[in-house]
Design a protein around this ligand. Structure first.
Ligand code: IPM
Ligand code: MG
Length: 356
């Protein structure tokens, strides 16, 4: 197959890990006889520095034209402590999601057995945990009207959902549950929020279309607790944008580290594949960032956007072998890891390449 992949490294460690993800794509192309062509584009802080715009038009045009996007991260500490900044890196990310119609964010939480000890949760609670989150990505409090009133002394963010927005993500989650353990948990706050009551109503209404899937509803506070207490209880989880943002960071600890988790954002247009970790400026430029989330994002890209199942499995099994061989980046190493097995970003990438 011939495919055109847009590389959008963004900010901080996004640059370092995406370079490794791209090498893995290259190796797959060589092994399986595909032709991948690449282009690059700017987003986030680096785009603001270069053009004044966190999502330049040129980037958006390239995104719409490509077959898939391998994405890094956006963010810069300089904005985090400046709430008055009008132009922010994250605006680029949110606009991209909206413009490309990426309403479904898939975040698979799967623990590689070798990393049982890397989590702060007890191994006996964790073993076998395997959750697929469907986070709604283009609605909710993220995209509603926001502003100030009372001379700036009062602020508001409107949370809004329409029936069709809930239905399309819920259907995707139901369909995914069918291919897994056939359990779906819908997470909301229907005891308090009107948007959540609509959410629950829609999920209940379409549930009869999937009689083979067992549905449960949990309030978000309870779901946050169950994730740590008994993560194996969940199979597919579907939830709104803000709840999904928070719960998936929490759930990353089930996989040992944020540095392990990949995600896919799909919907109407080109799919975007990215690590769930951020730009991590505290470790940027040190060559220690874990590239496995970007590598696993490349695996998701091949599987979901190109339907290349064998290619995707080859990557996942290469990662598994590298972990079995004892190699770790700093974030997933523990006291027992011998010093010579603790690798930097590119050395870890090289180990994975050897097994493809
Ligand atoms: C994520 C991130 C983003 C979000 C930020 C960077 C705007 O936390 O992708 O989870 O909140 O969606
Ligand atoms: Mg987040």
């Amino acid at each position: 197959m011939t495919k055109n992949i847009l590389i959008v490294p963004g900010d901080g460690i996004g640059q370092e890990v995406t370079a490794v993800g791209k090498k893995v794509l290259d190796k797959i192309a060589a092994k399986f006889g595909h032709t991948f062509t690449y282009d690059e584009a700017l987003i986030g802080h680096v785009a603001i520095e270069a053009t004044g715009n966190p999502l330049p038009d040129e980037t958006l045009t390239k995104m719409k034209k490509s077959d898939a996007i391998l994405f890094g991260a956006v963010g810069h500490p300089k904005y985090d402590n400046d709430p008055t900044a009008k132009v922010r890196p994250e605006q680029g990310l949110l606009k991209m999601r909206k413009e490309l119609g990426l309403y479904a964010n898939l975040r698979p939480i799967k623990l590689f057995d070798e990393l049982l000890g890397a989590s702060s949760i007890k191994p006996e609670v964790l073993k076998g945990a395997d959750i697929l989150f469907f986070r709604e990505l283009t609605g909710d409090i993220y995209f509603g009207e926001k502003g100030r009133k009372n001379n700036g002394d009062t602020a508001f963010d409107l949370a809004e959902y329409s029936r069709y927005e809930v239905e399309r993500i819920a259907r995707k989650a139901f369909e995914a549950a069918r291919t897994r353990r056939k359990k779906l948990c819908s997470v909301d706050k229907a005891n308090v929020l009107e948007t959540s009551r609509l959410w629950r109503e829609v999920v209940q209404k379409i549930a009869p279309d999937y009689p083979d899937v067992e549905v449960e509803h949990q309030f978000v506070d309870a779901a946050a607790m169950i994730l740590i207490k008994d993560p194996r209880r969940f199979d597919v989880v579907v939830t709104a944008n803000l709840f999904g943002d928070i719960l998936t960071d929490e759930a990353s600890q089930i996989a040992g580290s944020m540095g392990m988790l990949a995600s896919a954002s799909v919907g109407d247009g080109t799919g975007v594949y990215e690590p769930i970790h951020g730009s991590a400026h505290d470790i940027t430029g040190k060559g220690v960032a874990n590239p496995l989330a970007s590598i696993l994002s490349a695996a998701l890209l091949l599987d979901i956007s190109f339907g290349m199942k064998a290619e995707s499995k080859t990557i996942i099994s290469a990662v598994d072998k590298v972990l079995k061989a004892g190699f770790r980046t700093r974030d997933i190493a523990d006291a027992q890891t011998p010093a010579d097995k603790v690798l930097g970003t590119s050395a870890m990438g090289e180990e994975v390449l050897k097994h493809i």
